[in-house]
Ligand binder design. Structure first.
Ligand code: 0A1
Ligand code: ZN
Length: 849
């Protein structure tokens, strides 16, 4: 329900809770519409002068009765929680409440999905289960008894007694309520085990719906690889007798790190070669790792308050990126992380939703599970590691785990371990946590008699609530190449702290070519007036894979911008340089295909906007299509050779080697489709024996407007597989001709398999629409209007997913006045919805501000 005046919570207002919780005992008597939750909790006052009453959060709970030390009490209950007079000393709180999981469509708290009970408590869902101080700094041990006729009954920690219709669980590790979890259902198990370095045997289980048993093996392998990696790289062992993962079909996010009982969106754990693409496999591996790594960075050390969210999320994303790098190769991983950062975090940081990595206020914390907190949060850790070096990073992390195990910690605690280990003053570095916006870094070069000078200037444009910015600490990794392409100065990290700063390289015999911001060593926009020859030189010779890719990427972007702005013809010098790289079969196929993947249409829109012109989505789309056709024609003899190199003959494996080859092959197929009318795509579709090839073929058939039969065949083959059906829904909208995307989306919402209350299905269709840049930003506003219609509809059921999808509108002021008028009307229509959720109200207000 919309608050009359939504309340804003401030970091500066943090105050500790007045009591410690010694233990929590919960009994669940499960029933779809009338689950009873009985809580027995020992509270002990923290202060010397204890308060006389306490407040416990509680929402959508029917209080049946409450007692303190065995005496009935009558607390004052509101829609936010209860207030009750309490004794001065230690006391036992008992409360019985009734909840309605079957009608919980927000998917927060205890809810039902496909007949099973499950929970989602982060960030503030536990208050929908029982009255409790639902804040991360209140940590307690939990003992849980589940009473239900369901065959599988799970909760956190280690299993205790169980029997007909009940099971007990005890979690010995104190935890905040957001890590609580419960699952009850008719589930099948994929079991395995892992023995930790110190010899502790851990039972591992992946629990799924009957029929999904065959899709667990990869997730299990990823889990064991993660457990080994965290022991080897961070010295972290698992700490319970059992680790359970459950796959759930209805889930707002990707997965959740509940202690000992991770709950996953089924799309983020279930995999098989026939039903999952290589990208799905890689993402599943990364998410399993991410949730597992939270056991130390998030669970053993948690956050004092939700403003510190990046403490666990930035670090855990950083750790899962390191893991993927180690599993699949650092170069391609770094490039794809930067592509993702620029696609999701940069627009956020440069638009109305911009906020610091550690926000200072919020109305609804669920709106702050953002690319800024997660991905920029991880970038900040990468910079810190680069500044202090690998050894001191390892020492600082050891100290962090030693010093803060069992704590609810802050960013100050985190930075302090680095200060203590290195003796550095990190007060300026800390601005990365408080200052929002993407710094712009410009560079100029000078050459004087053997000395090469780079002069940098940094500047961060204003963001909402922050007009003036101070200089930040920027680690700028630079290497120098001499004119024949050899590296004369290997990578050196320049530490920039001023608004303007110069760095000299002396004793050089010839003017070098600088490779700047290697490995994308800081999350900034680098403004460099390099001429195309210099970029082509770096594309040909840079020893840093990221900058080699970046040189090609910028050439591609500039070529497209010139085509869009001035109607220029494609830059053949760049294409010839690119061709030389593509022909180099010593290079990783995945790296080569990344070089050919053109900048996304929204990146081009952003670039045009930055250059002061108004992006026209249709012109951007046309330029990309023209360029792709041009490439396909120009490379008519190269493409079949690449296709041959990309052929995989061995049995399917989702490993880096095969994945890279298939990615190259699918890139070739995408270009060929521009010239062969879809013949190669049809052949690939007919012979495909894995989803990576099948789906790419289908996408190209859609683009070639030859997909009618293939779409029907695909539907027939996969209509009973929920996750593949999501692909079928999403692809039709995402790959549609922009002029048709809205109509396709509309038609799909009338399909019998369109279940709009399932977040995955809703996101398939509308995420597909949002991803179809020119389709969503259609001139007549039909894309905006359709999305608004459905967001308005979904808000009553699921505010969290609705609010997340509102971010599709965050770039609306970039476009022409006609589109702006349509977007604004759509946003205002959302704002005017009766009983608009707090989640959506906050998002749309910020977007319109
Ligand atoms: N902590 C989880 C993601 C997550 C966050 C919020 C949720 O509900 C609001 C659910 C899951 C992670 O980082 O994986
Ligand atoms: Zn996380």
């Amino acid at each position: 329900m919309k608050d009359a005046a939504p309340t804003t919570v401030y970091l500066a207002d943090y105050t500790p809770f007045g009591w410690r919780i010694e233990d929590v005992h919960l009994t669940f008597r499960l029933a779809p519409h009338a689950t009873r939750v009985l809580a027995r909790i020992h509270f002990a006052p923290c202060q010397l002068a204890p308060q006389q009453e306490f407040f416990l959060h509680g929402e959508e709970l029917r209080l049946i009765g409450a007692k303190i030390d065995g005496q009935e009490v009558t607390p004052e209950v509101t829609d936010k929680g209860l207030t009750c007079a309490v004794p001065a000393g230690r006391f036992l709180w008992e409360a019985e409440v009734e909840i309605d999981p079957a009608n919980n469509t927000a998917l927060e708290g205890l809810y039902m999905s496909g007949g099973m009970y499950c929970t989602q408590c982060e960030a503030e869902g536990f208050r929908k289960i029982t009255f409790y101080p639902d804040r991360p700094d209140v940590m307690a041990t939990f003992t849980v008894r589940i009473e239900s006729a369901m065959p599988v009954l799970l909760s956190n920690g280690n299993p205790g007694a169980s029997g007909d219709g009940f099971a007990e669980w005890h979690d010995p590790w104190p935890k905040p309520a957001y890590l609580f979890a419960l699952v009850a259902g008719d589930l099948r198990n994929h079991p395995d085990s892992f023995t930790t370095k110190s010899g502790h045997k851990v039972d591992l289980n992946i629990w799924v719906r009957p029929g999904d048993e065959g899709k667990c093996a990869f997730g299990m392998q990823a889990l064991k690889a993660s457990m080994t990696w965290d022991e080897d790289v961070y010295g972290r062992e698992y700490d319970l007798d059992v680790f359970n993962i459950v796959a759930v079909d209805d889930f707002n996010m990707g997965a959740m790190e509940n202690k000992g009982l991770n709950i996953f969106n089924s799309s983020c754990v279930l995999a098989s070669p026939e039903t999952s693409t290589d990208d799905n496999f890689e993402r599943i591996e990364a998410i399993i790792a991410h949730e597992y790594f939270h056991n130390w960075t998030g669970n053993r050390i948690t956050c004092r308050d939700w403003f510190q969210l990046c403490l666990k999320e930035g670090l855990t994303v950083y750790r899962d990126s390191q893991f993927t790098s180690d599993m699949r190769g650092p170069e391609v991983k770094r490039i794809s992380d930067v592509i993702d950062l620029r696609a999701r975090q940069f627009p956020e940081d440069q638009g109305p939703l911009s906020h610091p990595v550690r926000p200072e206020s919020f109305q609804e914390i669920n709106n702050f599970y953002t690319a800024t907190v997660y991905e920029k949060g991880a970038e900040v850790i990468g910079m810190l590691k680069r500044l202090v070096g690998d050894d001191d990073y390892a020492r600082a992390l050891d100290l962090y785990f030693d010093r803060h195990d069992g704590d609810a910690a802050t960013i100050e605690d985190w930075l302090k371990v680095f200060e203590d280990v290195t003796g550095r003053d990190l007060s300026q570095f800390k601005r990365w946590y408080s200052q929002s916006g993407t710094p712009r870094l410009s560079v100029s070069e000078a050459w004087d008699n053997g000395t090469f000078t780079l002069t940098f200037e940094q500047h961060t444009p204003p963001t909402p609530g922050q007009a003036d910015k101070l200089p930040q600490v920027l680690p700028i990794a630079v290497g120098l190449l001499n004119p024949n392409g050899d590296e004369v100065v290997p990578t050196r990290v320049l530490e920039m702290t001023e608004a303007k700063q110069s760095f000299d390289f002396t004793g050089l015999s010839a003017r070098p070519v600088a490779s700047i911001l290697r490995e994308f060593s800081a999350p900034v926009v680098l403004e460099r007036d390099a001429d195309p020859q210099q970029r082509a030189f770096l594309l040909a010779h840079d020893t840093d894979a990221f900058n080699r890719w970046e040189a090609g990427h910028i050439l591609a972007r500039d070529c497209l911008l010139a085509m869009i702005r001035d109607g220029a013809t494609p830059d053949t010098a760049w294409l010839d340089g690119l061709e030389t790289v593509l022909r180099d079969s010593t290079l990783d196929p995945d790296f080569r295909q990344m070089l050919v993947a053109l900048p996304s249409q929204s990146e081009l829109a952003q670039a045009l906007h930055e250059q002061g012109s108004t992006p026209d989505p249709d012109a951007i789309y046309d330029a990309v299509m023209t360029l792709r056709l041009f490439m396909a024609e120009r490379w008519a003899d190269l493409l079949p050779k690449l296709a041959e190199e990309a052929r995989v003959t061995a049995p399917y494996q989702p490993d880096a080697e095969q994945t890279g080859k298939r990615a190259l092959g699918n890139m070739v197929l995408g270009l060929l489709t521009h010239t062969d009318g879809g013949a190669a795509a049809q052949a690939q579709f007919d012979s495909a024996d894995n989803m990576t090839l099948q789906l790419a073929a289908l996408a190209n058939l859609i683009r070639a407007d030859k997909a009618k039969a293939a779409l029907a065949a695909f539907y027939d083959q996969w209509k009973d597989d929920r996750l593949v059906m999501d692909k079928w829904f999403g692809l039709q909208v995402g790959a549609a001709d922009p002029g048709k995307a809205v109509e396709v989306a509309k038609a799909l919402t009338a399909h019998e398999k369109f279940d709009w209350t399932n977040p995955n299905r809703f996101r398939a269709v509308f995420g597909g629409l949002i991803g179809n840049h020119a389709g969503f930003h259609r001139k007549d506003g039909a894309g905006y209007a359709l999305l608004a219609d459905w967001l308005i509809k979904l808000d009553d059921k699921n505010p969290q997913t609705t609010a997340r999808m509102c971010s599709a509108f965050q770039t609306w002021t970039r476009y022409d006045s006609g589109r702006q008028t349509h977007a604004k009307a759509a946003l205002e229509r959302i704002m005017a919805k009766p009983n608009l959720s707090r989640d959506v109200n906050e998002m749309v207000s910020r977007i319109l501000a």
